[in-house]
Write a protein that binds this ligand. Structure first.
Ligand SMILES: O=P(O)(O)OC[C@H]1O[C@](O)(CO)[C@@H](O)[C@@H]1O
Ligand SMILES: [Fe+2]
Length: 187
């Protein structure tokens, strides 16, 4: 993986080094995101190997009460007019929440509960977001540089992607240079 992608953000990954937890990086490219973006034809035409995001995290031992600490680095880009975004998920253990902190760039955190009510929060350096339990979350890069956000979540939370098989109720697109939020009708 091209290390220059993450390099500009030299996080002092201190405690992990002390506790010996290695830093893991999980990369997601366009080909890993079938059905996520609205414009499937455009998604197919783009290079599948194009990086969309990387998650750097400590391999915290998965013991009761332990927390994962990770940074999602979401690239600027679009599929058609739709901004690059993470897959988005509920936690397998629905009651588990998560905290996000904006580190770099400009974007949105899309939150959606199990009744499909949604809200968007602006993500920017220093923004702090508490993701309640029972709430799916997706990061969206609406800027022209890498959007990076630190996340802290319980090791026991897990990820449930299947609960979002119809996707989120909102999509965020570039409308002639402006960010436009569109409702998605799922019927
Ligand atoms: O798993 P997704 O929806 O692709 O999101 C990327 C990452 O964002 C987080 O919520 C926080 O970094 C991780 O749990 C997740 O792997
Ligand atoms: Fe999460």
């Amino acid at each position: 993986m091209d290390s220059t992608i993450i390099q500009p953000l030299h996080l002092a990954w201190c405690s992990g080094a002390l506790s010996g937890a290695p830093l893991l990086t999980k990369s997601t490219t366009l080909q890993d995101l079938p059905g996520v973006f609205a414009d499937h034809t455009c998604w197919q035409s783009l290079a599948g190997s194009k990086p969309v995001y990387h998650v750097e995290m400590f391999a915290t031992p998965d013991r009761p009460g332990e927390l994962y600490t990770g940074v999602t680095h979401l690239m600027p880009g679009k599929v058609g007019e739709e901004f690059f975004m993470t897959r988005g998920h509920f936690h397998a253990r629905r009651e588990q929440g998560e905290v996000y902190i904006g580190l770099r760039g400009e974007g949105l955190l899309l939150l959606q509960d199990e009744q499909n009510s949604t809200r968007l929060e602006r993500v920017y350096p220093g923004s702090v977001h508490t993701i309640p339990g029972f709430t799916a979350h997706r990061l969206i890069n609406t800027g022209n540089e890498i959007l990076s956000a630190l996340a802290v979540w319980p090791c026991s939370a897990g990820h449930d992607y299947s609960a979002l098989k119809n996707g989120f109720a909102l999509r965020v697109v570039d409308d002639a240079g402006s960010v436009r939020v569109m409702e998605v009708n799922h019927d």
